[in-house]
Design a protein around this ligand. Structure first.
Ligand code: ZN
Length: 330
């Protein structure tokens, strides 16, 4: 992994590269930002760079020394990765890590520790790590990676240099997907619109076989929404009980659907539609621009509610019932 492989995080990379060129790499970094935007890749790039035998002046690893070759095969030398065991990172995991760090017969180079989803550390685990962050071992760099830094104890945060990672621009996501999945071109526009700046989410949706079926079913439902009874709607929503991820996608899909109908109703710009493959069905949706705007606001509210932990099924069914009411106000 090279720094040049990391896209769209210029600010964070600039700060890191400045630190490297001034030989001021911190002993602990906290990378905060959405999932799937390059936080772990950046930590891996730095891990490779720090152990490369012949890095160049542009801060690239050589790619050919034994250490780089190992990294290329996924076996980074002196890299310790800690991830949640179940839903949390436990004190035993941190103890075992610290043990390994202290046992290692040190022969030059850097030890790099990546604690992924650091916010899932239990209180005991965080306290155990804190002692080490206060008196860090030499030539060791800790990367705490999180999408929810507010959940970390302030004592931990204050021991780390914080770097913020941002959602990726749609253009970057589109480019990466187009290069990596040329056979899935027709869905890339839609997936990019759903990914909210996360390459991880984009790839997950693109490669999820259930997604295509769920989208077909959902758009079929939206097409018939006016005729359905509230009981039908509630029944349909039952299948998504507790499926937070999929409901989040459905809420986004409903937003894209009504955004497309608004485009059709106002600008008649077919080439701007996200759901190009549903043109005929979209043209059947009869609603005024004012109604479409009202529905889009309802979608936004539902998305916010789900993000602040509302029940998935309830959020989805309330939204659909609300849309139905708006559609009937003609
Ligand atoms: Zn190298």
């Amino acid at each position: 992994m090279q720094f040049t492989d990391i896209l769209g995080q210029e600010q964070a990379l600039h700060i890191l590269c400045q630190a490297i060129s001034h030989h001021q790499v911190a002993h602990a970094y906290l990378f905060n930002g959405p999932e799937g935007v390059g936080k772990k890749k950046t930590a891996l790039a730095l891990a490779q760079y720090l152990n490369c035998e012949q890095p160049d002046e542009q801060l690239n690893s050589c790619g050919t020394c034994p250490s780089c070759l190992q990294a290329a095969s996924g076996n980074y030398p002196d890299l310790f990765l800690v991830e949640p065991d179940g839903t949390t990172i436990k004190i035993e995991q941190i103890r075992s890590l610290l043990n390994k760090l202290s046992l290692r017969s040190y022969a030059g180079g850097y030890q790099v520790v990546i604690i992924d989803q650091a916010h899932t550390m239990t209180e005991q685990a965080a306290n155990c790590l804190l002692k080490t962050l206060e008196e860090p071992p030499a030539n060791t760099v800790f990367f705490l990676i999180t999408s929810q830094s507010a959940m970390l104890p302030i004592t931990i945060i204050s021991r780390c240099q914080q770097l913020q990672f941002h959602p990726l621009a749609p253009e970057i996501i589109r480019q990466v997907l187009q290069a990596k999945y040329p056979e899935k071109q027709s869905r890339i526009g839609l997936v990019t619109a759903l990914a909210k700046g996360s390459l991880y989410t984009a790839e997950e949706i693109l490669n999820n076989e259930d997604f295509t079926q769920a989208r077909t079913d959902f758009y079929d439902l939206l097409g018939r929404l006016r005729e359905l009874s509230p009981a039908d709607i509630l029944l349909w929503c039952e299948q998504w009980d507790k499926n937070r991820k999929m409901v989040a996608v459905l809420l986004e899909l409903s937003q894209l659907w009504y955004h497309d109908t608004l485009l059709l109703a106002t600008a008649k710009k077919q080439n701007l539609l996200i759901n190009q493959d549903y043109l005929a069905a979209l043209q059947q949706v009869k609603l005024t621009p004012a109604q479409a705007l009202q529905i889009l606001e309802a979608c936004q509210t539902a998305i916010r509610q789900l993000e602040s932990n509302a029940t998935p099924r309830l959020t989805l069914s309330v939204l659909l019932l609300k849309i139905q009411t708006i559609l009937k106000e003609v």
